[in-house]
Design a protein around this ligand. Structure first.
Ligand SMILES: [Zn+2]
Length: 288
């Protein structure tokens, strides 16, 4: 069974390491992430965006699939099933469906409304033993075809949201979703320090857009207080690259190479390796 992410991120915050949060898109993706975690003996967060959950068949299917695979694959490391960037309705739906962790992203709402909804959801999640991640300010990324250089959260707003009783806080420190643009100036550790000065040393912080930030920079963020790092794009890129290699080598035309169990196998293996690599960079190998 999946577990709340609360204990794993608190242990990570205290122990100075980070928990990998990997986005899933289908059955193979889910299996590869679980296999990687088990082989690394690491606790992880498996997460779905609203769109990916819809693509796979809905929230209930995701809950059933992840729990069934934990069982059938003999997974013994702690696994949380988390909603990534959920709106208010999706957060409620996932709490009902059986997710063990929720991100409510009210960053696009007026701040007072984000605060009120985060406070309400924090109470519901607390009562049900579900962990809650909230977001302050926008995380940069591609918008209308223009990739920004990353945005930064306001430390006072971070403090107000933290005081709602959330388990994890996502705050922009110059990070970006997707592929990082040329000339990106790097993470803003001065902003991270200012946020920690306000919210205190105990609150696990979340780094979104973890794909493509140099490893040393991620490790510095982890040392300072980032306890959950989201990885999505990098898995997609290695899966696509390995699948392309297979097809360009003509292997789908040899024998039964077109069988999806063969066609998707190189991408699957590459995802397992990437998950283990990331877990190692974050320092959570053998922390299960
Ligand atoms: Zn994100």
């Amino acid at each position: 069974m999946t577990v709340s992410a609360r204990d794993m991120v608190i242990a990570a915050r205290k122990g100075g390491y980070g928990i990998g949060a990997f986005n899933i898109n289908n059955l193979e993706w889910t299996q590869s992430v679980l296999k990687g975690a088990q082989e690394a003996n690491a606790p992880i967060i498996v997460q779905t965006s609203m769109g990916a959950a819809k693509y796979m068949g809905g929230y209930k299917l995701c809950v059933d699939m992840v729990n069934d695979l934990i069982d059938s694959m003999g997974i013994t490391v702690p696994i949380a099933l988390h909603l990534d960037h959920g709106n208010y309705e999706a957060a409620k739906a996932c709490i009902e469906a059986g997710y063990s962790s929720i991100m409510f992203d009210g960053s696009a709402l007026p701040f007072e409304e984000n605060l009120a909804k985060t406070r309400e959801l924090a109470q519901i999640c607390k009562d049900k033993g579900i962990s809650l991640e909230a977001e302050v300010g926008a995380i940069g990324g591609e918008e209308d075809g223009i990739v920004g250089m990353g945005e930064c959260a306001d430390p006072d707003e971070c403090k107000a949201i933290a005081d709602c009783g959330v388990d994890m806080l996502a705050c922009g420190i110059g990070n970006i979703h997707g592929v990082y643009p040329e000339g990106w100036p790097g993470l803003r550790f001065d902003v991270l320090d200012a946020i920690i000065a306000k919210v205190g040393d105990d609150l696990p912080l979340v780094l979104h857009g973890g794909s493509g930030i140099p490893d040393a920079m991620v490790q510095e963020a982890v040392r300072k207080g980032v306890s959950k790092i989201n990885v999505n794009t990098e898995l997609q890129l290695v899966f696509a690259a390995k699948t392309r290699e297979y097809i360009e080598a003509g292997k789908d035309k040899e024998g039964k190479g077109f069988d999806p169990r063969k066609l998707l196998a190189p991408g699957f293996a590459a995802c397992v390796d990437m998950v283990k690599y990331k877990i190692d960079v974050f320092g959570s190998t053998n922390k299960a």
